[in-house]
Design a protein around this ligand. Structure first.
Ligand SMILES: *Cc1c(COP(=O)(O)O)cnc(C)c1O
Length: 428
């Protein structure tokens, strides 16, 4: 415990949100594998449906196993409330669904997970939500991208796949001046490495599928409400500030204060769009999060060792890991993610496309697949897989040129990871 009696991060990872089951004494959080919950009586049912009381109605909206996960992640991020959903992309959809009206814009930096770029460029257009792209390394480009229609700014703390580090406080100052919330995808860092709310983020999102769950066995996502943003100013966020027709005209921000955003995402977005997390997955994600600190430190320590090894390899043309002192973001990494630079990064092999294919074809311990944040070490050659459909100039612009290999370093013995890369690089 710290001086003010709040438990430390590792204690919260194990205990926050959880208690022995009052009905059975079960110590691990039970999997409440039920669709619906019995009402005490008609008045109780009415108060639940009218949002006058908190309680369970139907697992699309709340579930007790998932509630433990939500409380735990909110505690780890230092937020007021959280909403867990079926995937990271579902979390992004519901967050923007709560913030944006048709015709609205949001600013996103280009240094993002490829799936987010697709979601913003294509599927969001169907709702008439317009993304305006900026550059995470150029604060002026973010300022320039803001217009009277801008309703949010979206960044990643550590960026996928480039392994860059975003200057969250600088972006947050721009968001404050523009009167819009800063949304930070904290998937690659996890709150063990970086807590974006402490640096001015108003909303934190995760793909729990990755390092939070950490075992490559279940999808999930979460929206964390920092409770910091004033949704009622100037009526720019009508979902939160105006009377809500489907709840007898209550105003969500006025009623729920600093938890209003998470509640709106649940009682409107999740209720109506439906990407609920299964209780079984909540259980697996909870189990993963209990060991978050141990795993993340090992992921980072292994990654630094692998990065140092690759940095000195004569078949490696370049390496992009912010934990190395020569990296352009090393100072930002020391500030925002001092315990380590995460475990996802790219390097280039001499010999271009063919050499890249050789390496991924010859690994044994590493798995060649499209995921990250697993206990296992993972490798992918984007130019022959995820970015295959793009012409080469666009591949290069996306950080996925022909020579690029992306690693997600696991928690195995670092000597074994390095030995496997060594024999694969020797096949070039
Ligand atoms: C994987 C990922 C997502 C999407 O999450 P899913 O759980 O796959 O829907 C979003 N952001 C980042 C940074 C990711 O790595």
């Amino acid at each position: 415990m710290s001086k003010d009696n709040t438990p430390g991060f590792d204690t919260l990872a194990v205990h926050a949100g959880a208690q022995p089951d009052p009905a059975t004494g079960a110590r691990a959080t039970p999997i409440f594998q039920t669709t619906a919950f019995v009402f005490e009586d008609v008045d109780h049912a009415a108060s639940l449906f009218g949002l006058q009381a908190f309680g369970n109605i139907y697992t699309r909206i709340t579930n007790p196993t998932t509630a433990v996960l939500e409380t735990k992640v909110a505690a780890l991020e230092g937020g007021t409330a959280a909403l867990a959903v079926a995937s990271g992309h579902a979390a992004q959809l519901l967050a923007f669904h709560t913030i944006l009206e048709p015709g609205d814009e949001f600013v996103a930096v280009r240094q993002l997970y490829g799936g987010s770029i697709n979601q913003f460029n294509h599927s969001f257009k169907k709702f008439d939500w317009q993304v305006v792209w900026a550059d995470a390394d150029d604060m002026e480009s973010i300022e320039r991208a803001i217009s009277p229609k801008t309703k949010a700014i979206f960044i990643e703390s550590l960026s996928n796949p480039g392994g860059g580090v975003t200057d969250i406080e600088a972006v947050s100052r721009i968001a404050r001046r523009a009167g819009v919330p800063l949304i930070c995808d904290n998937t690659l860092a996890t709150p063990y490495l970086c807590r974006p709310i402490e640096h001015g983020a108003d909303i934190v999102l995760h793909s729990l599928t990755k390092f939070m769950g950490g075992h490559g066995n279940s999808m999930g996502g979460v929206i964390v409400d920092a409770g910091t943003f004033n949704w009622s100013r100037e009526g720019r966020y009508p979902t939160l500030s105006e009377p809500c027709e489907s709840y007898h005209g209550i105003k969500l921000h006025e009623t729920f204060g600093n938890m209003a955003f998470a509640i709106a995402c649940r009682v409107l977005g999740l209720r109506d769009l439906g990407p609920a997390l299964s209780p079984q997955n909540s259980f697996l994600l909870l189990t993963g999060i209990e060991t978050l600190s141990l795993r993340m430190q090992r992921h980072c320590d292994n990654s630094l060792a692998v990065a140092e090894y690759l940095n000195n390899h004569d078949k490696v043309a370049w390496i992009n890991y912010a934990g190395l002192s020569g990296h352009r973001h090393h100072n930002l990494q020391q500030k925002y993610s001092p315990k380590g630079a995460g475990a996802v990064f790219t390097f280039g092999v001499k010999g271009g496309y063919d050499a890249g294919v050789k390496v991924v074809s010859n690994v044994n311990l590493l798995s060649h697949l499209a995921n990250l944040g697993d206990t296992r070490s993972l490798i992918i050659h984007p130019a022959s897989t995820t970015h295959r459909q793009l012409p080469e100039p666009q591949q290069i612009a996306a950080g996925a040129g022909p020579d690029v290999i992306r690693l997600s370093i696991g928690i195995e013995n670092k000597e074994d990871i390095i030995a496997d890369l060594e024999q694969a690089l020797n096949t070039i």
